[in-house]
Design a protein around this ligand. Structure first.
Ligand code: AMP
Ligand code: GLY
Length: 423
């Protein structure tokens, strides 16, 4: 069969890699793809939001399945656009992707269906939000309602900071129209875990757990980024926690969406905090995480096409997920200065060191081909993933493999997976 993957970052490279292992797939296209993806798929120069061009391409090429990976097109209705033309697409329709597209929606859903999450209030004007802050406990968390490249969350330690935060979100529109509404919520403490899951709208099958490192600098200092590294599984995510989450969070979320007439088919990403009072939902995403996919998918033994088709067809109850009993660590190689200001266009050397190694992967995020050479083309450039028999082995393998790659201004955190030592 012919498969089209929509997207062009490290997550999509991990998805394309998984798809390329399927015995059912003859040809993969990726729109727009990147220099790494181009080794496995034919890259097509169409943007992820160009639904007419994407669907025309799929019709013309006779694509059997399209996988829409990023949040923006999912929320804007990419899957609906494919279905309207009679094409099969994996991912939630826009009425379900709202689970990620609106934080106010997701908070209200959790409240209505008693799914554990931080206490909160929604606001659609700045005056009411500012008034609420007067009596609120600090620290407090401010969230722009809509999509904001993962950056729409402000943690405020003082009332003054919180007032400034409300102004920048709702009045100065720091995150654009994502800040037309906002959520103000209780500050929680605990370890964070990401759990990705497949669902067909009725059955939900969680994948193995992972943990992200969102801050730019070692010791979780510096600015929030799209993610500087991940490890999988999380040693803090025990069987008991998994059982609790299945009963109180995962299945109830799928059932709640169905009850609201918003059947969710695709991947739900649960951002969890393991608090003193049990696991609570920090956020939902309507897609694979980036760079969570880069540590979760290399550990999956299933044929990803079988699982995705079962999600579309409503037969996921017949599928059991199978993950290797090993571990993976992904270290993101970024351009020095990311996420603020950085240079692009430097040649990347050492990529072929990964060619003959089954348990090492170099996933491209911001790269492109220039005169036959691979050059840096973004803040996050590559994700180096290594497998290992356990987390410590995987971490040491990943940091070894980081040395194989060289480009000007290469930067990475040196403490990805440090939490493993505390387990
Ligand atoms: P989100 O995009 O909602 O996952 O938020 C980004 C990050 O902000 C999370 O990964 C947490 O580290 C932090 N965060 C979000 N909500 C809370 C909360 N209620 N309490 C503490 N930290 C939070
Ligand atoms: N790693 C977090 C995300 O994909 O949103």
């Amino acid at each position: 069969m012919k498969v089209l993957v929509v997207g062009g970052g490290g997550r999509e490279h991990a998805i394309v890699t998984a798809v390329s292992k399927s015995s059912r797939v003859d040809k993969i296209f990726c729109a727009p793809g990147n220099a790494g993806i181009a080794r496995l798929a034919e890259c097509v120069d169409i943007g992820v939001m160009e639904f007419d061009k994407l669907t025309d391409f799929a019709l013309k090429e006779g694509i059997d399945l399209t996988i829409v990976a990023p949040d923006d097109p999912l929320v804007a209705g990419a899957v609906d656009a494919f279905e309207k033309k009679g094409l099969r697409a994996f991912g939630p329709r826009s009425n379900a992707a709202i689970l990620e597209g609106s934080k106010a929606f997701s908070k209200d859903l959790m409240k209505k269906y008693s799914i554990p999450t931080a206490a909160y209030e929604n606001f659609d004007n700045a005056d009411a939000a500012l008034k609420y802050l007067e009596t609120a406990k600090m620290p407090i968390v401010l969230k722009a309602d809509g999509l904001a490249l993962g950056k729409g969350v402000l943690i405020c330690n003082t009332l003054d900071e919180a007032r400034e935060g409300v102004k920048s979100i709702m009045l100065d529109k720091q995150f654009g129209s994502a800040g037309n509404r906002m959520v103000i919520e209780e500050f929680m403490t605990g370890r964070e875990v990401s759990v990705l899951s497949f669902t067909d709208g009725k059955t939900i099958r969680p994948m193995t757990s992972a943990q992200d490192h969102k801050r730019a600098l070692d010791g979780d200092k510096g600015l929030n980024t799209g993610g500087m590294g991940t490890f999988s599984p999380s040693p803090f995510y025990t069987k008991e926690i998994d059982e609790f989450c299945m009963k109180n969070i995962y299945q109830p979320t799928v059932d709640a969406m169905a009850a609201e007439g918003r059947e969710f088919k695709g991947v739900i990403f649960f951002g969890l905090m393991l608090t003193e009072n049990g696991p609570k939902v920090l956020e939902y995403n309507a897609r694979f995480g980036d760079p969570e996919a880069q540590v979760v998918l290399p550990r999956m033994n299933n044929d990803i096409i079988d699982v995705m088709e079962a999600c579309i067809d409503g037969t996921l109850d017949k599928v059991e997920l199978d993950f290797e009993d090993n571990a993976a660590v992904c270290v993101v190689l970024a351009s020095n200065g990311y996420p603020v200001k950085y240079e692009k266009g430097f040649e990347i050397k050492g990529l072929d060191s990964f060619d003959d190694k089954d348990s090492y992967f170099v996933f491209h995020a911001g790269t492109k081909l220039k005169d036959g050479r691979v050059v840096t083309n973004g803040g996050r450039v590559l994700g180096v993933t290594a497998l290992g028999s356990d987390l410590k082995q995987a971490r040491s393998n990943a940091y070894e493999a980081v040395k194989w790659i060289d480009f000007e201004n290469k930067y990475c955190r040196s403490d990805i997976g440090k939490a493993i030592d505390e387990a």
